[in-house]
Design a protein around this ligand. Structure first.
Ligand SMILES: [Zn+2]
Length: 693
């Protein structure tokens, strides 16, 4: 105990000594003159957020209150301080408060409201120090600090004043300032701030303008721009895209700077922030405006002309079924009145459609695209249309060379073929029903045809070949199917006019069907759980199908008749060489999941719609086989990359008869009676197809 007692007393002595030493240190005095009276005051340290402040006149205690020089308020608390020597008033401003104090006045104005200083609080004083000739305005520290929202503590033990600054005020002091708006000669606008900022841009029309709102910022342009009486800084630009810019402090709580950019013309813009986020750049892209679409004669040739306000970049797409050429004009707009179907018929073009396109996967969602669609007569190879430009105009001309003197009209299942002669002329027409080729001969002196091949490739005509034939122009039309035709022109006429239609009396013997049993030879195809090979199932069904079709009088060919290996291209080569009407490939499916079963029919999507397409052939076969077999419907699937479907020139379908990997399907498809049902369905589908196309 005794030992403890001596340590404790030592500690007490040390503590006393320590506090006494601080106290002693803080009791320093200075002599000042206040209200003409010289007096000694005790100075005190003032700490702002832990930092001691320094000033030429130190803070001191006067009538129990700490007085500080006004400069302290400005430098340490971050407020703006103005001294008016005439009225002897001090104005203290920060973002939220304004305090006006008068020397020796016990009244104070806070945000314009006059009130009395709290009881005991000394009024501001002009103070002269003993050792200098200057005077300083001293103000009561606690009153001013607390009015500004700072936290003040007085440690009476240590005689130290602590100020904890209002963090909100601090934040507002550091608020981002929008300090420059610059426009270059290309109308690119740069908006810069003292630190990084976020923004929100909105498009408005009538007049066309962009509104950029920048939250948590103050507008404080450093170029000396002055706001008008509405608080708006107007910047007149008068450049290509931008007419003028106005900037204002749209609101102060919360603070939002609003910049409005008035646009001169049709333009698309992009806003890109710089890496440091302190600047945004607004760049403009000129938007073309489609002004008109007209038929015109250019260099003696009829053309469709798209008039633009300036020449746009374009994308051309060739789409089939129905055949059309799509011309996308990028960064372009078109008024509603011009978004119409132009009933322009020019050569192979039968209609022109213009619309403001809603961008799809080809474009970005906010891209401005005008889509011009040229509907092309059935199946005609679109390379026969020439798209060129002249200044701001885009000119569309059906290729003069191959089509000059010819015309081909499509009326569904009826086509009319024209040869326009220079003079009235005689001609000969021969049609080879077996080869399905029509040969027309016209004396050269009466026509102006260019030798070459026109790929038509619609549901009737494969191609037209023009050649010289001893003084005649020979026109050969290669048909894909048996046709009936009627000559509509006179024996001697200035226009040779022939109408074609589907041969309604085609006998089965005029049809040629190629049957393709999947796999073969070293390629077994899928193998069932019980060891059956797909290649044997497919040849078995194919043989039955072939036999039955022949019994019905059809011409058929098989890609393989026995267990031999064939490449995929060899299969379609066989069918293409003999110009088959249809191609039917037979397979059975397989899946790792052995529970999956059913019928699936595959087709190439390019011929999804239109007369007599692969899709229609596949659909009819699929529907009929479902009916005849009762197999589960595993649906039709488009297979754009499958070689036999892609490389066949004629409509083609690939039927996956059941899943050989599934035990129930395996039992069915290896059964001869079931295979007969499959064949029934395929034949019904083929006959339905031939009846319609
Ligand atoms: Zn297969």
């Amino acid at each position: 105990m005794k030992k403890w007692g001596s340590i404790l007393s030592l500690l007490i002595v040390l503590l006393l000594f320590n506090s006494f030493s601080i106290a002693a240190k803080n009791y320093s005095y200075t002599t000042v003159t206040i209200d003409g009276k010289k007096q000694s005051v005790s100075t005190v340290p003032v700490l702002v957020d832990g930092q001691a402040i320094t000033s030429d006149v130190p803070p001191f205690i006067y009538k129990d209150y700490t007085m500080v020089p006004i400069r302290f308020v400005a430098e340490s608390l971050g407020s703006e301080v103005n001294w008016n020597g005439k009225s002897k008033t001090v104005t203290i401003n920060d973002s939220k408060k304004q305090i006006v104090l008068g020397i020796n006045s016990s009244y104070v104005y806070i945000n314009g409201q006059k009130q009395k200083l709290p009881n005991g609080v000394p009024s501001p004083k002009l103070v002269n120090t003993s050792n200098a000739n200057y005077s300083r305005t001293m103000i009561p520290l606690r009153f001013v600090s607390e009015t500004l929202g700072h936290n003040v503590k007085w440690d009476n033990e240590k005689r130290i004043a602590y100020i904890e600054k209002n963090k909100d005020i601090d934040k507002e002091i550091k608020e981002t300032e929008i300090n420059s708006i610059v426009v270059d000669s290309n109308s690119n606008i740069k908006i810069s701030a003292s630190s990084s900022f976020k923004y929100q841009a909105t498009d408005l029309t009538n007049p066309s303008r962009i509104v950029v709102d920048i939250p948590d910022t103050k507008l404080n342009l450093k170029d000396g721009s002055k706001a008008d009486e509405d608080g708006i800084v107007n910047i007149s630009v008068g450049k290509a895209y931008v007419d003028k810019i106005s900037a204002s402090q749209f609101s102060t709580n919360p603070s939002i700077t609003r910049i409005v950019i008035n646009l001169n013309e049709n333009a698309e813009y992009k806003i890109v922030p710089t890496n440091d986020g302190k600047t945004i750049e607004i760049g403009f892209t000129k938007l073309n405006k489609v002004e008109n679409v007209k038929m015109e004669t250019i260099n003696g040739q009829e053309a469709i002309v798209i008039y633009n306000s300036f020449k746009p970049r374009t994308n051309t797409l060739k789409l089939s079924n129905p055949n059309r050429i799509v011309l996308d004009l990028l960064d372009s707009t078109v008024d509603l009145e011009n978004q119409i179907n132009y009933n322009y018929q020019l050569g192979i073009i039968k209609n022109v459609r213009v619309s403001q396109f809603s961008p799809d996967s080809l474009y970005k969602p906010d891209d401005k695209v005008v889509r011009v669609v040229f509907d092309i007569q059935d199946g005609i190879n679109t390379s026969n249309v020439k798209i060129s430009s002249d200044g701001n105009k885009i000119i569309i001309m059906p290729d003069k060379n191959s089509w000059e003197g010819l015309k081909y009209e499509n009326n569904g299942n009826e086509k009319i073929f024209f040869i326009m002669a220079k003079n009235e002329t005689g001609y000969t027409i021969d049609y080879d029903t077996f080869k399905r080729v029509m040969e027309i001969n016209v004396p050269r002196e009466n026509v102006n045809l260019t030798s070459g091949t026109i790929n038509v490739n619609d549901n009737f005509v494969d191609r037209i070949v023009i050649s010289d034939n001893s003084g005649n122009n020979k026109v050969e039309i290669y048909f894909k199917k048996s046709i009936e035709y009627a000559v509509l022109s006179k024996e001697v006429d200035s226009e040779i006019k022939i109408k074609f239609s589907r041969d309604t009396q085609i006998e089965p013997k005029e049809r040629l069907i190629v049957i393709d049993p999947g796999h073969g030879g070293k390629d077994s195809g899928a193998i069932s759980q019980n060891g059956y090979y797909e290649k044997n199932v497919t040849i078995s069904i194919a043989n039955k199908l072939n036999e039955r079709l022949r019994e019905l009088g059809y011409n058929t060919e098989m890609t393989r008749y026995d267990d031999t290996y064939l490449g995929l291209y060899e299969r379609t080569d066989i069918a293409n060489k003999i110009n088959a009407d249809i191609f039917v490939s037979i397979h059975s499916n397989a899946h790792n999941d052995k529970s999956i079963s059913g019928l699936q029919t595959l087709y190439h999507p390019s011929k999804e719609e239109g007369d007599g397409s692969s899709y229609q052939l596949a659909k009819m076969i699929h529907e009929e086989v479902l009916k005849s077999t009762g197999l589960k419907d595993k649906r039709m699937v488009e297979r754009p990359k499958l070689a036999v479907l892609r490389t066949s020139n004629m409509p083609a379908a690939l039927i996956e008869v059941g899943f050989i990997s599934n035990l129930e399907d395996e039992k069915l498809i290896t059964d001869s009676a079931f295979q007969d049902k499959v064949v029934d369905g395929i034949i019904k589908g083929i006959e339905r197809y031939f009846a319609e196309y």
